[in-house]
Design a protein around this ligand. Structure first.
Ligand code: ATP
Length: 441
């Protein structure tokens, strides 16, 4: 695809997201707030499905992980110990004339002039990405705290509590999904880089000598998660961090990257954080953050393998990957070919028309399916059936159930239409729920 086609694809996707209620510009009626986005009704369902699929895969389907939900504002000392207060910075350069700002590490090497106005640039200065806030009514330095820039530290400071309360021993992991905040210098590309976002992080504690094997294991596990949810294999790649790129805590990091319309970009980083964090917190607090190794008969601080993904970036990648335009005989249709597990609405119940013959039966079917409580189900009896199919295609609904006059007058059966193939199958109302269950499995 050419650059202009890629821009067009993003324009179409951003417009679909707004029109259909996936993602709205944040604070829009007040003129917006740079790179802030709100998830609408369908986006909320989609993002929730992404998080649930991750949680299912990383926590529920394993017996060596547990979950956590820690606070966003923590004791500020934690960020001194973790190295973030001093070192969580990006190099900022600014144009002396138009004041456009850039991250020096994202400019091509040797760039000396502003890309917008050709004005001279300032030398780089380190800019801390953490958001400051104050706890309590007095805004002095003693009350100053930070909004967390990663959820991981909440896991490290709860390591001992979790170990004791769950009677675990490495190898085992603690998973968390939650908001993180970074005062990014150059947010942009829709929801790819924002200042407020959600992370899905797993801190997997392992015996130090097993770190390399577990690192490889988690890279493969995480790639498989994206593939199993339908991301095209050619749009994914693994990139090793060069040694000068590694975070201050990491021995090795592999990024899972996705081919976004503007180029390859990180979806998730899988880092070997060694014992850096637990050791630092242990030294700072005097608490032992270790475990007893039965074989070696000694106390050991485990190493940490950390798969850390962005909920918003994953959601965006799933949307981009699913977006499809198809030529029909004399029209075109737009389809979001989302995996069934991710689709915001699983089933749409569509009576052929709104009238006293069809409506009671259609409402009955809708309520039966909705009350199962396992799927988001929509009922729609406005406009022509063709337009309603198009709308459901555009929001990625895998199955539509149509109730027509034969349903009530002839055969007590309905038509199930599949999103991707548009294949239609007639099933009796009594078989509808098990059929939907099979088709959505
Ligand atoms: P980048 O290099 O793109 O700034 P990073 O390497 O700093 O990302 P990590 O610290 O590894 O990111 O964070 C883990 C994950 O959190 C990322 O892979 C990404 O999915 C997500 N993430 C990080 N920063 C942002 C952001 N500003 N907006 C949205 N998601 C983000």
């Amino acid at each position: 695809m050419t650059a202009s086609n890629n821009n067009l694809l993003m324009e179409k996707l951003v417009s679909l997201c707004k029109r259909r209620g996936f993602i709205f510009p944040g604070s829009e009626i007040y003129g917006g707030l740079g790179s802030s986005w709100d998830y609408g009704p369908l986006g909320t369902e989609l993002k929730r499905n992404v998080k649930n699929s991750w949680w299912q895969n990383v926590v529920h389907q394993r017996d060596d992980t547990v979950g956590l939900d820690s606070a966003i504002i923590m004791n500020p000392e934690i960020w001194n110990t973790s190295g973030h207060a001093a070192g969580f910075t990006d190099p900022l350069v600014e144009c002396k004339e138009c004041h456009e700002r850039y991250r020096a590490d994202q400019l091509e090497s040797g760039t000396e002039a502003c890309l917008k106005c050709n004005g001279p640039l300032t030398p780089p200065r380190n800019f801390n990405l953490m958001f400051k806030t104050f706890v309590g009514p007095v805004e002095d330095s003693a009350a100053q705290a930070w909004l967390r820039p990663e959820t991981a530290q909440g896991i490290f400071v709860n390591f001992a509590n979790t170990l004791v309360s769950t009677r675990r021993k490495p190898p085992f992991g603690i998973a968390q999904i939650g908001k993180a905040f970074r005062n990014e210098i150059t947010p942009g590309n829709f929801t790819y880089r924002t200042r407020e976002f959600e992370q899905m992080e797993l801190e997997f504690f392992v015996p130090p000598e097993d770190d390399v094997a577990w690192h490889e294991y988690w890279v493969q596990e995480r790639i498989n998660w994206y593939l199993n949810l339908g991301i095209t294999a050619d749009s994914l790649r693994i990139r090793d961090h060069a040694s000068d790129e590694l975070a201050h805590y990491a021995k090795a990091t592999k990024d899972i990257e996705f081919l976004f319309p503007w180029g390859w970009g990180e979806l998730e980083g899988i880092a070997n954080r060694t014992d850096f964090d637990l050791k630092a917190h242990s030294d700072a607090t005097g608490q032992s953050l270790d475990y007893f190794d039965e074989v070696k008969k000694e106390r050991i601080i485990p190493y940490v393998i950390e798969p850390s993904g962005g909920v918003d970036r994953a959601t965006l990648a799933f949307l981009i990957d699913a977006y499809t335009e198809e030529k029909q005989e004399n029209t075109e249709r737009t389809v979001l070919k989302l995996d069934n597990k991710l689709a915001p609405v699983k089933v749409a119940i569509l009576p052929l028309s709104r009238n006293e013959k069809l409506t009671p039966t259609a409402r009955n079917i809708y309520e039966t399916v909705r009350n199962l409580g396992i799927w988001k189900v929509e009922y729609d009896d406005s406009q022509s059936i063709g337009r309603r199919y198009r709308r459901q295609d555009e929001i990625g609904t895998p199955l539509c159930v149509t109730i027509d006059f034969d349903t009530v007058e002839l055969d007590q059966s309905v038509t199930i239409r599949e999103r991707d193939t548009m294949k239609q199958t007639r099933v009796s109302i009594s078989d509808l729920v098990p059929t939907l269950q099979t088709m959505l499995a």
